[in-house]
Design a protein around this ligand. Structure first.
Ligand code: HEC
Ligand code: HEC
Ligand code: HEC
Length: 466
């Protein structure tokens, strides 16, 4: 191997976090088209869609929802799973492939063994390595029965599309897919999910869905310098699901930490959040909007309960000093001195409280309790108390809208304040919210706000370019 190659390899390795993180967040809002009973007659397909009642095929369809294959492998206005979603990265564009059963355009020529190898080991039929934009390090956990069901669904339950997706053409050295062998050697943990016999069947079901097909850790676990998740399961340490920046948003920790977190929510609230993207006290934003819309809202209630139970168990310290939960802080918030000061109007001219009163109070209220499933409560909120304030700053600067789901169709939105609040105002109001109503987040600085404001400029032109 010559020096150029080695340097190129290092360059690729250093740039991979961008690929992996960006790609995982890059979700198209494409609903899955129901498979047609009658595929295009002109397309020579070896397999005809099976009756919609084949239980194995239906299981595969469900697992495709859990794995959210549609978000990455579809573009708006084209058939589901026909690929072509460009995932722009600073060094080139990775295009998702056609995974419909067409033998030329898609996976029609894949054997079941080759399909499983692509999903679990990141190796395509012809032997080329896939980029970790495809979450194969998580899909490696998928068990044989589920892998078979996925294969049956992608062979018999999806309308074949003959057109290949445009090829990925990364400039040298990024196009050297062979480099992924080294990366895989470090980050690809082989072997399907192994149940923990000390735990219940429900806990194991939740662990399997989260670590395997659901690939929650691809967004919620921090990544190393070269883009591998630092901890792929609860057995690999406390960093698993401990929170990470993804596509300019902070994906909150999905475990108990030293601050209020979703692991303290009731099981009902977690299920409701995954079904609708909102609870009585919080709402989804950022990349989680698409996850709820395209994936978790379609999961069965028992599966969502299993996920909830598993996440509630992570990092739980039954005898440790308790972190107050959002429910407890919301209950106490109306009596908090902050609430009284805001209500009595005894706030200073240039303070964070005044910025709050003028801009936020109408929706999030003086006691920070918001309004049920409409305006999130800021008291005890895991986002407001988060170690990393990136999401908070971005929400205030750029606004956001909740997911639209079958059970809660209206995408209620928060307005953007970036055009009327200065960096110092945003820092003041967020520092205020983070220290009020029992919250214990660190102060936010104007420099932190300026950094996020800056990052929003390029994102606005490159994200979802399609
Ligand atoms: C986060 C985005 C993402 C998700 C989710 C995802 N994929 Fe992919 N997948 C990709 C990308 C990008 C590629 C192309 C990678 C490359 O060219 O190196 C790919 C490649 C593949 C390939 C290789 C096809 C080929 O011959 O090139 C298969 C098979 C595949 N995906 C199946 C699936 C299935 C099945 C699911 C759901 C269980 C899924 N993918 C979920 C992004 C994703
Ligand atoms: C594509 C990236 C991505 C994937 C995949 C993903 N999430 Fe998220 N998730 C996020 C982001 C970003 C947030 C922050 C938004 C928020 O808190 O509402 C979030 C927030 C959450 C929250 C709310 C946390 C809080 O404290 O408010 C829960 C619960 C959650 N995710 C569960 C899951 C589960 C379970 C999975 C796997 C089935 C998953 N997520 C997969 C990006 C992702
Ligand atoms: C018009 C009503 C409205 C106003 C005014 C408003 N918000 Fe919001 N806020 C919302 C809605 C709706 C959401 C949920 C958005 C989503 O999930 O995409 C939200 C979400 C948030 C969140 C995230 C909470 C969570 O659990 O997801 C924070 C923090 C927040 N707002 C702070 C503020 C601050 C600070 C101000 C004033 C600068 C403000 N909001 C003004 C309606 C409002």
């Amino acid at each position: 191997m010559n020096a150029r190659r080695i340097i190129g390899g290092v360059a690729l390795a250093l740039t991979l976090p961008g690929v992996a993180a960006w790609a995982v967040a890059q979700k198209a809002e494409t609903p899955v088209a129901p498979p047609t009973a009658n595929p295009a007659k002109s397309t020579p397909v070896p397999a005809v869609p099976a009756a919609a009642t084949d239980p194995v095929l239906e299981r595969g369809r469900y697992l495709a929802r859990v794995g959210d294959c549609v978000s990455c492998h579809s573009v708006a206005g084209r058939p589901a799973f026909s690929g072509g979603l460009p995932m722009k990265t600073p060094f080139g564009t990775i295009v998702s492939t056609n995974i419909t059963p067409d033998p030329q355009g898609g996976l029609g020529a894949y054997t079941e063994t080759e399909f499983a190898r692509a999903l679990r080991a990141g190796i395509a039929k012809d032997g080329h390595r896939l980029y970790p934009a495809m979450p194969y390090t998580s899909f490696a956990r998928v068990n044989d029965e589920d892998m078979h069901a996925l294969f049956v669904f992608f062979r018999n339950g999806v309308q074949p599309v003959a057109q290949k997706a445009p090829p990925t053409k990364l400039p040298w050295p990024f196009r050297m897919r062979g480099l992924m062998m080294g990366w895989n050697w470090i980050y690809l943990d082989k072997g399907v999910y192994q149940p923990d016999s000390a735990r219940s069947a429900e806990w194991n079901r939740g662990a399997y869905l989260v670590q395997g097909p659901g690939h929650c850790g691809d967004c919620h676990t921090p990544r190393s310098m070269i883009g591998g998740v630092k901890s792929a399961s609860d057995r690999k340490g406390e960093l698993f699901l401990s929170g990470a920046i993804i596509d300019g948003w902070y994906a909150q920790p999905l475990r108990h930490t030293d601050r209020p977190s979703m692991a303290q929510w009731s099981s009902e609230d977690i299920v409701q959040y995954l079904q609708t993207g909102r609870t009585g006290q919080t709402a989804a934003f950022g990349a989680m909007v698409d996850v709820v819309q395209n994936s978790t809202q379609h999961l069965s209630t028992p599966d969502l309960q299993a996920i909830a139970g598993y996440l509630q168990s992570l990092g739980a310290k039954p005898n440790g000093p308790g972190v107050p939960s959002q429910a407890a802080l919301v209950a106490a918030a109306p009596q908090h001195p902050t609430a009284l000061a805001l209500r009595n109007g005894t706030v200073e001219g240039n303070s964070g409280a005044m910025v709050y009163l003028n801009n936020c109070n109408a929706c999030h209220r003086s006691d920070g309790t918001g309004a049920n499933k409409t305006f999130p409560a800021l008291a005890g909120n895991s986002v407001v108390n988060a170690r990393d304030p990136t999401s908070l700053i971005r929400l205030v600067l750029a606004g956001s809208a909740m997911p639209s789901t079958v059970q809660a169709p209206s995408p209620i939105a928060m307005p953007d304040f970036g055009w009327r609040l200065t960096d110092a105002d945003v820092a003041r109001v967020l520092s205020f919210a983070r220290s009020s109503w029992g919250n214990r987040g660190e102060a936010v600085t104007a420099a932190q706000v300026a950094k996020v404001r800056d990052s929003l400029k390029p994102v606005a032109t490159t994200a979802k370019a399609q």
